[in-house]
Ligand binder design. Sequence first.
Ligand code: F3S
Length: 76
Amino acid sequence: MVMKKIVQNHEGCIGCGTCAAICPEFWEMNDEGKADLKGAKISPDKKEQELEIEDKDMGCNKDAAEACPVQVIHIS
Ligand code: F3S
């Protein structure tokens, strides 16, 4: 089982909405106009959101990471 980590620099999200548009299974816009990664752990300072999933379940997240105009979605 290959695990991958998706990390969003939540603070740096400018709320363009692209991730939620192309990858709604994982991303949704919140009341503050920023994208939330569904099911993610939120860092205590609320600056990062992090989700570990199996590589085979990565789905559209790579597309979301590539499409984000400010490159705040990272997969490792
Ligand atoms: Fe924010 Fe990038 Fe998504 S700016 S809304 S994380 S595409």
